[in-house]
Design a protein around this ligand. Structure first.
Ligand code: COA
Length: 239
């Protein structure tokens, strides 16, 4: 059980021999009874995306895909011609980063995500991001500029390994956004080309990322950039 009225089957928490889908449904029935009794009406299950036979019983329990974890190999990419210059981020970019994170939250507050989250104040966004540049061994930040104005960024994170989600020699694409007025003009293509090449040259073999499946922008963008799902977070909310 998680603290916020959610019950979760974590990574590697669900496995079954072939043909045992009905056993999964029985097990969920028993688990759900305990969760409901404990006041947790929101249920999550993290299931390998490659295992259709394991996903099927959950779909027949009224679960749907809410969130996707994915991975791709790093590579030396051809530079993308999008009229942008990519440079390392600095603490002077705090205002930009706060604005970009706000744009992600605003996007996800709208249809069809309806995140329902209260959007933080500018001050709170700035406070959240103020330590991004403190330890270059944890985060690597790239900013795209067009005509001298910053228009987008990517944040790479050396996410600790140790679970099924994060391979060895991996770096995580933990935040990416383009200012709304500059979207669909190649800013992210240029940033991702740069980030994948940088990661490749620095010995990272793979890049992980994740997205909400109801985020129509990211859920279309990352698969087209070569990211392949590894795990789905399946979700069911009881009234
Ligand atoms: C997801 C996001 C970062 C993509 O950034 P972007 O800068 O708009 O992406 P690009 O312009 O590089 O690429 C978008 C599409 O436009 C296309 N494109 C690029 N240059 C183009 C041009 N000059 N004319 C027309 N299309 C173009 C790309 O080929 C791509 O199409 P494809 O996905 O079908 O291959 C952006 O939509 C965003 O900020 N979304 C809100 C925040 C968010 O969801 N972040 C991700 C959280 S997981």
């Amino acid at each position: 059980m998680l603290g916020d009225r959610r019950g979760m089957v974590d990574f590697a928490g669900c496995a079954a021999a072939e043909g045992q889908g009905e056993t999964i449904r029985d097990l969920y029935g028993a688990l759900a009874a305990r969760w409901i009794a404990a006041g947790a009406p929101r249920h999550l299950a993290l299931i390998p995306s490659s295992d259709e036979a394991l996903i099927d019983p959950w779909l027949r329990l009224a679960f749907g895909v809410q969130f996707v974890w994915a991975v791709r190999e790093t590579a030396a990419m051809k530079p993308v011609e999008a009229g942008v210059r990519i440079r390392p981020g600095t603490p002077n970019d705090l205002e930009l980063v706060a604005k970009l994170d706000r744009s992600l939250h605003e996007h996800q507050a709208g249809p069809p995500s309806f995140s329902g989250l209260t959007i933080a104040s500018d001050e709170e966004f700035r406070a959240d991001w103020s330590d991004l540049w403190d330890d270059p061994d944890i985060y690597t930040h790239f900013v795209a500029e067009r005509a001298g104005m910053p228009v987008g960024h990517v944040v790479l994170y050396r996410r600790p390994t140790g679970d099924l989600r994060v391979p060895n020699d991996n770096i995580d694409l933990s935040h990416a956004a383009t200012l709304p007025a500059a979207r669909r003009s190649g800013v992210s293509l240029a940033l991702m080309g740069h980030a994948l090449t940088w990661a490749h040259e620095h010995g990272f073999r793979s890049m992980t990322t994740d997205w909400r499946s109801v985020n129509l922008l990211s859920s279309r963008h990352w698969p087209r950039r070569g990211f392949r799902p590894t795990f789905y977070r399946l979700y069911r909310a009881l009234p």
